[in-house]
Design a protein around this ligand. Structure first.
Ligand code: G6P
Length: 365
């Protein structure tokens, strides 16, 4: 109802604005502010049990799968464990290689997605214990998993997931740190800055709205990025597709030239994420390739002189993120991409909260 939406026109925007609080609640009691250590004993997972696993298998659908792709990067980087991420419906009917030494991590906002539940049952049948990362307490996934790490996003009403995604990504940061055999106090403490940094990122709204209006008439968009930025690009493209019905695809920036560059023609817009300093020069190179074919580049990069200077040369428009610790930037970058999809959809007169053909929770396989 209108009252529940408060001053917002749609639940989606209300939920975008609830992200600082959702993330704060997801971090609460799980990170020691002084030591920077992560404690998942609330999920029933002792450090020894966690560190007994040799591999991680992530299963999820849709936006939760995109969170899983971020999680893979984090777990591989911090815990140095091999991680496989599968769409639940593919895992289920593949020939999954999981066993007792594999921790299966199932991510789901609703905890009721049929494909994800089927994947969980298959993993458990093969002897792999399951950690559920789930938003709805008391859901089927929460009941069937061996351990549950709750995302504390609160009820998410809009079909396009925003705050649930961000809290899933945060939960995966916590898991990656908890799985790490070495202490990573700086990363732990860094996470505690997130709520305030997301707050700052929300201030990008007028800028994103202006850009979305310019893009709303397009029929295809590309999103590119490397590493964590690639995973975030995939979520940005999905958000745009599902609510504005503008076709969008995400590519690993380095892969563009292996085929998709053929689709770049004058006026074609590419949203390029360049949040990571070590990868920036390479991504800027890809932006230059796009521009050389007449494409239009919207760059997402931190508001820092060095980053801006390098990126601006190859960008037609800039979405400048708050200057935050680099590890937080891919998380923050999701926020303007949510808003970009939102305003493009509103501009096109779409039913943002209830896009055609989609359901909040898909309980059939
Ligand atoms: C549906 C929703 C998506 C969501 C997916 C997985 O398709 O429309 O937004 O990402 O289900 O939902 P879950 O509840 O398992 O996270």
């Amino acid at each position: 109802s209108a009252a529940e939406k408060g001053s917002f026109d749609h639940f989606m925007m209300k939920e975008i604005y609830e992200q600082p609080q959702a993330v704060r609640q997801t971090l609460a009691g799980r990170v020691d502010p002084a030591a920077g250590s992560v404690d998942l004993s609330g999920a029933g997972l002792s450090p020894d049990r966690l560190r007994s696993f040799e591999r991680i298998q992530i299963v999820a659908c849709g936006t939760a799968w995109h969170a899983g792709l971020v999680g893979r990067r984090l777990i591989e980087a911090w815990a140095r464990l091999p991680v496989q991420v599968d769409v639940a419906s593919e895992f289920r009917y593949g020939e999954p290689l999981v066993d007792g030494r594999t921790l299966t991590v199932a991510i789901s906002q609703s905890g009721e997605t049929a494909d994800t539940l089927a994947a969980v049952r298959e993993a458990r049948r093969l002897g792999s214990p399951v950690l559920g990362i789930v938003n709805v307490e008391g859901s089927s996934l929460a009941r069937e998993a061996d351990w549950v790490l709750t995302t504390k996003a609160g009820p998410e009403v809009a079909v396009p997931s925003t705050k649930a995604y961000l809290t899933q990504v945060v939960a995966l940061h916590l898991l990656a740190l908890a799985l790490s055999r070495v202490e990573r106090p700086e990363e732990g403490r860094m996470l505690l800055q997130l709520p305030q940094r997301i707050e700052q990122t929300l201030a990008m709204e007028p800028r994103v709205r202006e850009l979305a209006r310019q893009l709303a008439g397009q029929s295809h968009l590309f999103y590119i990025g490397r590493g964590l930025d690639y995973a975030v690009a995939m979520e940005g493209a999905l958000k745009l597709k599902e609510i504005s019905y503008i076709h969008a695809e995400a590519y690993a920036a380095g892969e563009l030239k292996h085929g998709t560059l053929a689709l770049i023609e004058p006026g074609r817009t590419v949203v390029a994420l360049a949040t990571q300093e070590a990868l920036r020069t390479k991504t800027v190179g890809n932006m230059v390739e796009v521009k050389a074919r007449g494409g239009r580049v919207v760059a997402v990069t931190p508001d820092r002189p060095d980053a801006r200077k390098e990126v601006e040369v190859a960008a037609d428009a800039l979405l400048a993120l708050p200057d935050a610790p680099e590890g937080l930037l891919p998380v923050l970058a999701a926020v303007p991409l949510q808003m970009l999809a939102y305003f493009a959809a509103v501009e096109r007169g779409c039913d943002v909260d209830r896009p055609r053909n989609l359901a909040k929770s898909v309980t059939v396989e």
